[in-house]
Design a protein around this ligand. Sequence first.
Ligand code: PEP
Ligand code: CO
Length: 451
Amino acid sequence: MVSVHRADEWAPDSWQRRPTLQQPVYRDPDALASAVRALSQLPPLVVSWEVDELSKRLAQAQAGNAFVIQGGDCAESLLECESDRIVRQLKLLLQMSLVLVHGLRKPIIRIGRMAGQYAKPRSSDVETRDGLTLPAYRGDNVNRPAFDPQAREPDPELLLRGYERAALTLNFVRALIDGGFADLHHPEYWDLDFMRHSPKYDEYRRIVESLGDSLHFFESLAGKPVHDSHRVDFYASHEGLHLLSEQAQTRYVQRRQRWYNLSTHLPWIGVRTAALDGGHVEYFRGIANPIGVKVGANADAAYLRELIRVLNPHRIPGRLTLIHRFGAAHVESKLPDLIEAVHSTGSPVLWICDPMHGNTESTGTGVKTRRFDNILAELETAFRVHRAYGSRLGGVHLELTGDNVTECTGGARGLSDADLARAYRSSVDPRLNFEQALEVSMRIARHPDAR
Ligand code: PEP
Ligand code: CO
């Protein structure tokens, strides 16, 4: 039994006494301290009542009364913080949620991997090319992707640039949503131009029309507009990896008498930093946000039980989301033990499947990709296994983009390895393009165990 003793006192910096992986090494500690200080004085990006609202909604998903769609880029880029891209990303998530509402007949909780997804864990601290070894690229919050010594040097100022881009992104998303962009009476606003040529467009149109008809029918019957159908909720999430910057954005909320991470609604712990005695678990245990933890093939039942005890000792519904990512080849054999481990704790968790990160592979020419069929297979198996073991899969976590990229193979258009060269833009992991993402949502919407 793995058991970690910890002093009960938690503080936003108590993680600093634990081994903490995946933190960049900065050359100039004074410059780092000054950037972190500046960050700690800037206004929060989200507010505690939105965070609490998300916890309540996640509790509904836990109980089977809502479904989560969490998605966005593997890594956001500071340069690509552009209005068109944000609009396309939001439109895609809205379209997917519409398809899911139609198929699953339950509320959908939309969570972007956006407005802060700027720090990346890496399997190696360094990268070597042609005899030159440089620090690995760790996301735009830390350094720059170009392979030259200056670009790869961790730069503390980037923490502030990341904060600003996150604020700009959230500001625009909030304005779009408040302005009726997500109005269910006008789903045609959500169409992406190039979607019209998609093999899945007709199916999507049929869903939209059928939802529009139902809404009009209901409103004529009620003689008034359906409450709030002109706006939807949208939440932000990112991997809480860079703990100095997460700590700087952690604030005590008097009204609630709790500490909140106010840089995002839902931070999550990545698979590489989820050790029980590590800095990340220590930091996350003390914040009042709903939190996620990625669970991979090396997690066992004892680990998971202890993780749940540490992160949700009071068994609060909506508090803890487990995002499993085993890969299509392992989900069937790994998931049952972990479902049973969760049952044995009696503590509520929300299970979400990330069918991306266990299915990454390289083509013959060394291009990182994922096959659409493996992504679907992992998801479909996950729905079935949860159902078979008396559990429930309450959401999906995807790397996707509203752009017309070619990074994952397969899908209705049958992208091949050779197509990858055409529009491969990700600097980290391959994403589903809008067509593949929409197709995934259609498959979930039809899945008998997703209801
Ligand atoms: C990610 O979500 O981009 C990621 C690195 O995932 P994981 O921690 O599951 O490997
Ligand atoms: Co990724």
